[in-house]
Design a protein around this ligand. Structure first.
Ligand SMILES: [Zn+2]
Ligand SMILES: [Zn+2]
Length: 236
């Protein structure tokens, strides 16, 4: 039937006149009816999703995103990661201990990896030591650790020291002495600023030196006696 055909063609060809009207929700002017004939009860803005973080409307220029701004997006990712982490910890509270142990084993098996790791740790340490807050936290942590694990730590140090060669021992001693000298010099400079403390320090040093001299004299006396005894023993 030709009439039906013509009718459809006519209907498809007709362009609807777009209608602009204020949004009933926010009052913004928007296209209520498009040329295609499609109508929208609310404006583009009000039709959009609510931000999943703060609940405000997501602006249309953010496309299909479900957050209203970059900060909310960042927070959303942070929340997701936090929730994921909390879930993993709940499933296996020792997961970090296990992963660290595994990584440590892998490093031990691969010298190159170990070298990279130590390098990264060293850099991280120097970077963090610039931060006074970190320094304070570290100080309390180490004081507590020393209090609780003193003997364990001392045993570990002894074991490490025994594992070194004589050359390594000498190198370390020299390096440590240089550090100590520097540290003491710095401390002396600080003490000099306070006359009373400086006087106390000098008095303390004098006492120490006197004790040292007495000990030395006693030792010499002891060795002298021992030698004398040896001689007399041989004579018998
Ligand atoms: Zn609106
Ligand atoms: Zn938001």
């Amino acid at each position: 039937m030709p009439s039906v055909y013509i009718g459809q063609a006519v209907k498809m060809g007709i362009k609807n006149k777009p209608i602009i009207r204020p949004c009933p929700q926010c009052g913004r002017n928007y296209q209520y009816r498009r040329a295609s004939g499609r109508t929208f009860e609310l404006c583009e803005y009000c039709r959009n999703l609510d931000c999943v973080v703060c609940g405000k409307k997501v602006p249309p220029e953010r496309g299909r995103k479900n957050t209203c701004c970059a900060e909310c997006e960042k927070l959303k990712i942070h929340n997701i990661q936090n929730a994921h982490y909390a879930k993993r910890i709940a499933e296996n509270p020792e997961i970090n201990i296990c992963n660290h142990a595994k990584a440590r084993e892998n490093r031990k098996a691969d010298p190159e990896r170990m070298r990279e790791h130590l390098e990264a740790q060293r850099e991280r340490h120097y970077r963090r030591m610039q931060d006074p807050t970190y320094q304070a936290i570290r100080k309390t942590y180490q004081a507590n650790r020393w209090k609780n694990k003193k003997y364990e730590i001392q045993a570990q140090r002894r074991e490490f020291w025994d594992s070194l060669s004589d050359i390594e021992k000498a190198e370390r001693l020299e390096r440590n002495q240089a550090i100590q000298r520097k540290h003491k010099a710095k401390k002396r400079e600080q003490l000099k600023l306070d006359p009373q403390k400086w006087a106390e320090y000098q008095e303390y040093q004098r006492t120490k030196q006197r004790e040292h001299r007495q000990r030395k004299a006693l030792n010499e006396l002891m060795t002298g006696t021992k030698e004398l005894l040896n001689v007399t023993n041989k004579d018998k």
